[in-house]
Design a protein around this ligand. Structure first.
Ligand code: FES
Ligand code: FES
Length: 165
């Protein structure tokens, strides 16, 4: 069974006819040629496919495209403001927070969504829900859904600390 799905992807209206079992990740990569989100595990375990859907971080390999009809999808590539990188992306560059870079678009989208969650007062298991500074332990916990096979975690945490400041 097929369905027509309308998505606003990085500011551009896109229309695609997909099998109703198609994920947002496959709709983006395989049907729309949007290659910023990466397919790591395709099972919701690595976070490489993370995008922002209506401002919230979403695992796009576990999200059906038909369920997001009309949504606003932002990938890491769409975070830039013209030639200016998003502050989180700039912090990843400044802190050398990557090696192969495969996980990086997902890490950046997840970090942007996570910092917004912090601003909204969403609790963390580390802080026990108490308001306080976003320390390294809390960053690790809040970013635990994004794996990095290169093990660049130390600099990823530093980059997010920089962006949070
Ligand atoms: Fe989606 Fe790994 S590809 S979580
Ligand atoms: Fe290679 Fe993270 S930089 S997987």
């Amino acid at each position: 069974m097929e369905a027509t799905v309308r998505l606003r992807v990085d500011g551009t209206e896109r229309v695609v006819v997909v099998d109703t079992r198609t994920t947002v990740l496959d709709a983006l990569r395989e049907r729309l040629g949007v290659m910023s989100p990466k397919k790591g595990c395709d099972h919701g375990q690595c976070g490489a496919c993370t995008v922002l859907v209506d401002g919230r971080r979403v695992i796009s390999c576990l999200t059906l495209a038909v369920a997001q009809d009309g949504a606003d999808v932002t990938t890491a590539a769409g975070l830039a403001d013209g030639e200016a990188l998003h502050p989180v992306a700039q912090a990843f560059l400044d802190q050398d927070a990557l090696q192969c870079g495969y996980c990086t678009p997902g890490q950046i989208c997840s970090a942007v969504g996570m910092l917004d969650e912090v601003r909204r007062g969403w609790p963390s298991a580390v802080s026990g829900g108490e308001p306080g500074p976003l320390d390294a332990g809390e960053i690790r916990e809040r970013m635990s859904g994004n794996l990095c096979r290169c093990g660049a975690y130390a600099n990823i945490v530093r980059a997010i600390e920089q962006a949070a400041r």
